[in-house]
Write a protein that binds this ligand. Structure first.
Ligand code: GLA
Length: 386
């Protein structure tokens, strides 16, 4: 959680490290996705929210093109780079994210000066909660302001996507950075990924005596690996065969026809995306009409679809979901890109401890690494702290 005390501590540490005060401190949150997985790059619908865990950067521009970066969570020590002649693929670990967004701004004709940067983050790394986008969104917010580029959220979303796709090499969509940049306290972000239209949908689990548990399976994943890209390729193939611009344009009523046109694997991938888009729309409707307590079956169906049709779950995620459900969660699903990371479980407050204990026990019995379990609530998107 961000408090005035830890903003001051970050500024003090910046001053000790770099010898002068930062120009400011910016923060951006990680996200969970309530529902709408692998629909973003199919120009469909997603319903993520910004979480109450953030990356924070203290940053000061320099009068040369040097970048010096340090994080509070160790690893890599001080990283130095030069913004002149910056090429995709430069940097490693978390340093690729600040460099990637600086590069994406340069690609938009912005003169980005060198900078000193100190990073702090409590978004767990590799847990499927978009720790990388939290860093990217904090840094791009800072640079957007300090360079006077003054891009709006929609342009920053696309710049961040370009950083991820080209600079980092992960062929991801626009969901994560949209949640991080456009999230709002108490709300989920209902995003149409075709035109970036956003509606903020109230999501107040507490008012319904519910908590949203995140179960971090500790199975780490990378979207720069082949699994994500191959799912994306299957979706593009399906859209091509069905004669549409993107799978967004295929309704559930066309699935029967699709079964005669697509090979078995492509059909499964398409079926996931088409039904998932439909589930997002239903979830928004149910949330508005009946509140969070009624969305459980949609979360469950989403998980089954990712497990069986999109085939991006793993034994740890399935165990987390099944155990949470068996112990009282009213809906549970893996969240994010898959192949590891976290599950979410919407759980009555009175059963939270039972679910936590059961999941920890089941992981121990299965010989899996102990999971990390915590609650999240919808929080504000990226902002300047000082
Ligand atoms: C990752 C990507 C997103 C999205 C999800 C799956 O989080 O960064 O763009 O595709 O996977 O829904």
């Amino acid at each position: 959680m961000t408090t005035t005390a830890n903003v001051t501590a970050l500024s003090d540490r910046f001053r000790e490290t770099f010898g002068a005060a930062p120009d400011g401190v910016w923060q951006a949150p990680g996200r969970v996705n309530l529902i709408g997985e692998h629909t973003d790059y199919n120009e469909g619908f997603v319903l993520p929210f910004a979480i109450d865990r953030t990356a924070r950067v203290a940053l000061r521009v320099r009068n040369d093109s040097t970048v010096r970066m340090l994080s509070t969570f160790g690893g890599h020590g001080m990283v130095e780079a030069d913004l002149e002649g910056l090429e995709p693929g430069s940097g490693d670990g978390w340093s690729r994210y600040p460099l990637g967004v600086a590069w994406a701004l340069q690609e938009r004709g912005i003169t980005v000066p060198g900078f000193d940067l100190l990073l702090d983050s409590d978004v767990p790394l590799g847990a499927g909660l978009s720790s990388s986008h939290a860093i990217e969104c904090a840094v791009i917010s800072a640079l957007n302001e300090l360079t006077g580029a003054d891009f709006g959220a929609e342009d920053l979303v696309l710049a961040t996507q370009q950083a991820e796709n080209i600079f980092v090499g992960a062929p991801t969509g626009i969901m994560d950075q949209s949640a991080s940049l456009r999230g709002a306290k108490g709300h989920a972000v209902f995003l149409d990924c075709r035109d970036q239209h956003v509606e903020l949908v109230p999501f107040d689990a507490e008012a319904s005596d519910l908590v949203l548990l995140v179960i971090d399976t500790k199975v780490s994943h990378s979207h720069a690996d082949g699994g994500y890209a191959s799912r994306r390729a299957s979706c593009e193939l399906g859209a091509e065969i069905l004669g549409v611009k993107a799978l967004r344009d295929v309704g559930v009523e066309r699935l029967e026809e699709a079964s005669g046109l697509l090979d078995e694997t492509t059909l499964k991938r398409v079926r996931h995306v088409v039904t998932e888009n439909d589930r997002v729309l239903q979830t928004v409707e149910v949330l508005g009409a009946q509140g969070p307590a009624s969305i459980g079956p949609l979360l469950d169906a989403s998980h089954v679809s990712m497990r069986d049709d999109f085939e991006i779950s793993c034994p740890e995620l399935d165990l987390a979901v099944d155990t949470a459900k068996a112990n009282g969660s009213i809906g549970a699903r893996m969240t994010g890109g898959g192949f590891g990371g976290s599950a979410i479980a919407l759980t009555p407050v009175g059963l939270e401890q039972q679910v936590r204990d059961a999941v920890v026990r089941s992981f121990a019995e299965a010989g899996f690494t102990a999971p990390d379990i915590f609650t999240v609530t919808p929080a504000a998107g990226a902002l300047r702290l000082s």
